[in-house]
Design a protein around this ligand. Structure first.
Ligand code: C5P
Length: 237
């Protein structure tokens, strides 16, 4: 089961996958008090979106910077040191031991939490083989989850399908964050392994990342509220 101390509304993270800061700010204004947590990824970050982190934080929102860092240890540590000053709550790195250790070094003394991405959900066993790995997806996810736990990162990004088995491995020491969420009846887009909000929470997800089902809804605020209501129905709180 998910951690009891997180309020239902704070479990919803809206992915601001939008082409400009103006579009992102308009969406944040529309969502208003319905959403407390936002994710900024490649698209918005590289369209000038990083200053939005401080602005959102000043307005009481939490921010997840999804840049999935991976480089030599020193570069990751110094990069994370700079990112920690932006005021975000979550940052993603790839779950390589050296990278995870460097990220923890870089965030020392800040409130930034480090999330590790085990294996990208677009990868299957053939993709891993082509990239030179001898492990399949499920074995590599498990290996990296154990390493992430030993090294002491704060959470894992995983598909909703992996949430149940990963929560058995890492218990409630690590937060589980799952994208690939689709309310019943919503279009799936390019997501292949999807779950409804309530099933993902029941499977052990602590936070749900939702983009298009909210961004492309005729009424984004109503779509967000419906997801929060669904989360509340199955959350321990
Ligand atoms: O629009 P949708 O709800 O599919 O958005 C999901 C968000 O989660 C996107 O920002 C996407 O980059 C991100 N994500 C994902 N799968 C992962 C990791 C992140 O869909 N494995």
């Amino acid at each position: 089961m998910p951690s009891p101390e997180i309020a239902s509304r704070d479990r919803l993270i809206v992915a601001l996958d939008l082409p400009s800061v103006a579009a992102a700010e308009a969406m944040v204004a529309r969502l208003d008090h319905s959403v407390t947590f936002y994710k900024i990824g490649y698209q918005l970050a590289f369209a000038g979106g990083l200053p939005l982190v401080a602005k959102l934080a000043d307005n009481g929102k939490k921010v997840f910077i999804d840049l999935k860092l991976h480089d030599i240890g020193n570069t990751v540590a110094r990069g994370v040191e700079s990112i920690a000053k932006l005021g975000a709550t979550f940052l993603t790195v790839h779950a390589y031991p050296q990278t995870m250790k460097a990220a923890l070094e870089g965030r020392a003394g800040s409130n930034l939490k480090i999330l590790a991405v085990t294996v990208l959900t677009s990868y299957d066993d053939d993709d891993l083989r082509a990239a030179g790995y001898h492990l399949g997806v499920s074995e590599l996810v498990e290996t990296r989850a154990r390493q992430a736990q030993e090294i002491g990162v704060d959470g894992l990004v995983c598909s909703p399908e992996e949430a149940a088995s990963l929560s058995n491995i890492v218990g409630d020491r690590l937060r589980l964050i799952t994208p690939g969420i689709r309310p019943a009846g919503a279009s799936t887009g390019d997501q292949k392994r999807i779950m409804t909000p309530s099933r993902a929470i029941t499977a052990g997800a602590d936070y749900l990342v939702v983009g298009r089902p909210i961004l492309e809804a005729a009424d984004p605020k109503a779509a967000a509220e419906a997801i929060v209501t669904e989360i509340a129905q199955v959350s321990v709180r």
